[in-house]
Design a protein around this ligand. Structure first.
Ligand SMILES: Cc1cc2nc3c(=O)[nH]c(=O)nc-3n(C[C@H](O)[C@H](O)[C@H](O)COP(=O)(O)OP(=O)(O)OC[C@H]3O[C@@H](n4cnc5c(N)ncnc54)[C@H](O)[C@@H]3O)c2cc1C
Length: 393
């Protein structure tokens, strides 16, 4: 990417999320003289959401579900800055960093995901485990699994939030705890698993998919509390609206997440929830030199749910838009598909497919999901193959 020509355009990417890993590769494939690409990343290993439940269930090793940004940056000729961005000085066109000098940009793109929103539930910040950021979540899950495999460890596990993330997470954690506790000689039957959600589970999916997961919970002896709102979490209970309490040794929160606080200081237009407002070209609605994609962005003209699949699909139009703008051209518009095929696992090598009113399930769907996920990861993990592609071999 970096050519011998003097740098004339600096593209700075903040966050190594699902869209930006594609941008690194795509820009390296079609280098422009004088273009320098910089990635500012808080975490050097970026997790791939599609494989996370599999990591928790013990079906994948953690490194299989992570992209090594140091290697990817090296192979794509990207300047990597291991730092956390906490602001934009748009007048001076600089990205502000925690503890490091600012970084100048001509074009900047933001793909930093979301932050946990624990403030909505009393006591959640003190007593619950939030799924975001995923890096620290995986460490906390490992610690929870280790504690649960001790004779006096946590047994009553409660998850709050009935989206695909929460459902898959609890099913996967159950698979893992049953296997690991048995291996440790403990009574796996002593565990209880409860999911609480304020609406129906999998609210954005069809009835048949919901029914399949209700069956999956029942078949595993797991408790499902739908249409129940959590009011508070204490050291050993989850308190529901109306006063009912559930005993809980460990609580996982996968409910709505919030936008990073620092967006508010940028002067960029935000949607009602504080996410970066972008138009169909993924450019900020009030600054054409700022792009955003993934969970942290809100597509004003075509709102979509926050899911890894949309962050992945935003990668190619984002890369094209940055490339065109760097050449002084107008970026093309992108309209993400309204429907996508979701493959949601039951915590084992079995998955349910959901798309509009369509539903199917079976082991073969997990095999398909595994194939899709591994194929996507290979593009960014197999840096030797990538280096050969970039060298035109
Ligand atoms: C358990 C679980 C399972 C899920 N399963 C699925 C699934 O099967 N399918 C699906 O479509 N979605 C799934 N999701 C949702 C999915 O995780 C998100 O939609 C996806 O991660 C969004 O990608 P992103 O690129 O926007 O952000 P992220 O993947 O969160 O990436 C953001 C990156 O930015 C970095 N970063 C953050 N802040 C800064 C900063 N200030 N400075 C520099 N770097 C920063 C972070 O380190 C991170 O690497 C799941 C989520 C969870 C929690």
């Amino acid at each position: 990417m970096n050519s011998a020509a003097p740098t004339v355009t600096d593209i700075v990417l903040i966050g190594g999320g699902h869209a930006h890993v594609h941008v690194l590769v795509s820009l390296a494939m079609r280098p422009l003289p004088g273009l320098r690409v910089t990635l500012i990343a808080r975490d050097l290993a970026t997790p791939y959401s599609g494989m996370l439940p599999g990591v928790i269930a013990g079906l994948y090793r953690a490194e299989q579900a992570h992209i090594d940004l140091t290697r990817l940056a090296a192979v794509t000729g990207t300047r990597l800055i291991h730092a956390q961005a906490n602001g934009l000085d748009r007048a001076a066109k600089r990205v502000l960093l925690v503890g490091l000098p600012p970084v100048a940009y001509d074009l900047v793109s933001i793909d930093v995901g979301i932050e946990p929103s624990l403030s909505a539930i009393d006591g959640a910040a003190a007593h619950a485990i939030a799924v975001k950021p995923i890096g620290s979540f995986l460490k906390k899950i490992d610690a929870l699994i280790a504690r649960a495999c001790a004779p006096d460890g946590p047994r009553k596990i409660v998850a709050i939030g009935g989206g695909a993330g929460g459902v898959e997470l609890l099913l996967s954690l159950r698979t893992r705890l049953i296997a690991d506790s048995r291996a440790a000689g403990l009574d796996a039957g002593a565990f209880s698993f409860t999911l609480v959600t304020d609406g129906e589970i999998l609210a954005t999916h069809n009835d048949r998919v919901r029914h399949a997961f209700r069956r999956a919970f029942a078949a595993r002896g797991m408790n499902l509390r739908e249409n129940r709102r959590v009011r508070a979490i204490t050291a050993d209970t989850v308190v529901l609206e109306g006063g009912e309490t559930l005993a809980a040794d460990a609580v996982l929160v996968t409910t709505d997440a919030a936008a990073p606080d620092w967006f508010r200081g940028t002067g960029l237009e935000l949607d009602g929830k504080g996410f970066l407002a972008v138009g169909p070209t993924l450019q900020s609605t009030n600054d054409a030199d700022v792009f955003a994609a993934g969970d942290c962005a809100a597509l004003i003209a075509s709102p979509r749910e926050k899911a890894g699949v949309y962050a992945v699909r935003a990668g190619p139009p984002l890369a094209d838009g940055l490339h065109r703008r760097a050449r002084g051209l107008q970026p093309d518009e992108w309209r993400p598909q309204r429907r996508h095929l979701a493959l949601i696992s039951t915590g084992e090598r079995y998955a349910v497919a959901s798309c509009g009113l369509f539903k199917a399930e079976g082991r073969w769907l997990w095999t398909l999901k595994d194939w899709i996920d591994r194929r996507w990861m290979r593009m960014y993990q197999d840096t030797d193959a990538l280096a050969r592609r970039l060298a035109g071999k």
